[in-house]
Design a protein around this ligand. Structure first.
Ligand code: AMP
Ligand code: GLY
Length: 422
């Protein structure tokens, strides 16, 4: 089988490595991929949002199956386009990807179907939004409706910050079209849990739960990033919480999407907060999380391609999906200065025996040498019977990898370990 993966980060590297385990895969392509993925798949420099380019490539190579991973091609309708050309795909169609692409859509869906989430109001009008934040409880959360590279959420501690956030989106158009509509919502408190799931629109199989570390600094301080590390499973996701999530959130969501004529097929990611009133939805993503995938897939025991094809065929109910009962950890090695300004082009040395444990996010090949090319450079992972052992091994691996100006958090998993002890 000839397989095509769309995307080019650490998450796609984890997917590519897992797909490669299936002996039926005779050719594996990644568009655009990156310098690290190029060691596991044929990478071709076609952008993940160049839908016509992707379709032309898929036709020319006689691709049998495509996996569309990032949010933007999904929101643009990459799956619809490939399916129309007779190429089966993993990923939601455009009308279902809207669950991530529009926060207003997601919030209205949850309200209509009684799915627990933060209370909210939506606004397009600047004056109405400004009037609302004068009386809204603080802190208050201001979100751009559309995709904003994870930067469209501002948590305002004061009225002044709330006004500034509203103006940045509705007056200054800081997020362009994505911020033409905004959601202002209640601030929720509690531990966050990521749950990725496989769903064919009727059956939903949660993957092992995980915990992201979004802030750049140790102790969860500083700017938000794309994610500085992950652990799985998430200790707050107890069997009781899992049961409530399934009954109150997961199944109601896929039933709601089906009822709206937008059946969701692919990986549906639930960003949850465990509040004192129970689990609530912070966000939906229409795709695998990054860097959650880098800890979830190493624990998947079932063949990934088999599960994906069952999703596409609507036969997930007949496909057993098994996860290892151990733990996994991923530490992101970034370029110092990220998520703001940073230098690129530093040579990376990875001991040969670690190539399977390293997912490359931002590196390119230059004269046969891997060099840094992005903010998040590598995801260094380990699996072990328990979390402490997985973290120890991941950090030992980090210590043996080198590039100039490398930065990583030393406290990945610390909160999860503390939670386990309580
Ligand atoms: P989102 O892009 O919606 O996932 O938001 C990014 C991050 O902002 C989340 O992971 C949370 O840490 C935080 N956040 C979003 N919404 C809320 C909320 N209603 N209350 C508290 N924190 C939030
Ligand atoms: N790690 C968060 C995300 O993928 O959106």
């Amino acid at each position: 089988m000839k397989i095509l993966v769309i995307g080019g980060g650490g998450r796609e590297h984890a997917i590519v490595k897992k797909l490669k385990e299936n002996p039926a895969v005779t050719a594996l392509y990644c568009l655009p991929g990156n310098g690290g993925i190029a060691r596991d798949a044929v990478c071709v420099n076609i952008s993940a949002t160049d839908l016509e380019g992707i379709l032309a490539f898929a036709r020319a190579q006689n691709i049998d199956y495509a996996v569309v991973t990032p949010d933007d091609p999904l929101a643009l309708g990459a799956v619809d386009l490939l399916e129309a050309a007779g190429i089966p795909c993993f990923g939601p169609r455009k009308n279902a990807a809207v669950i991530e692409a529009s926060k207003v859509f997601a919030k209205e869906l949850m309200k209509r179907y009684g799915i627990p989430t933060a209370r909210y109001e939506t606004f397009e009008d600047l004056e109405a939004a400004l009037a609302y934040v004068e009386t809204a409880p603080l802190p208050t959360v201001v979100k751009a409706d559309g995709l904003a590279l994870g930067k469209g959420v501002l948590i305002a501690q004061t009225r002044e910050e709330a006004r500034a956030a509203v103006r940045a989106m509705l007056a200054d158009r800081r997020f362009g079209k994505s911020g033409e509509r905004i959601v202002i919502e209640e601030f929720l408190e509690g531990p966050e849990i990521s749950v990725l799931s496989f769903t064919d629109g009727r059956t939903l199989v949660p993957m092992v739960s995980s915990m992201d570390h979004k802030r750049i600094g140790e102790g969860d301080t500083g700017l938000n990033t794309g994610g500085m590390g992950t652990v799985a499973p998430n200790p707050y996701y107890t069997p009781e919480v899992a049961r409530r999530c399934m009954e109150e959130i997961f199944l109601p969501t896929i039933r709601a999407m089906a009822a709206e004529g937008r059946p969701f097929k692919g990986c549906l990611y639930f960003g949850l907060m465990l509040t004192k009133d129970g689990p609530k939805v912070i966000e939906y993503n229409c795709r695998f999380g990054d860097p959650e995938t880098q800890v979830v897939l190493p624990l998947l025991k079932t063949d990934l391609l088999t599960v994906m094809q069952a999703v596409t065929a609507g036969r997930l109910a007949d496909c057993p999906v098994e996860f290892d009962t151990g733990a996994a950890a991923c530490v992101i090695m970034a370029s110092r200065g990220y998520p703001e300004h940073y230098e690129k082009g530093y040579p990376i040395t990875i001991p040969d025996e670690l190539t399977d444990a390293v997912y490359v996010a931002g590196a390119k090949e230059q004269n046969g040498q891997l060099v840094t090319s992005g903010g998040r450079v590598l995801g260094v992972t380990a699996t072990a019977p328990d979390l402490q052992a997985a973290l120890d091994l991941a950090y030992a691996r980090v210590a043996s990898i080198h590039f100039d100006n490398a930065y990583y958090r030393r406290d990945i998993g610390k909160r999860a370990l503390a939670a386990k002890e309580n």
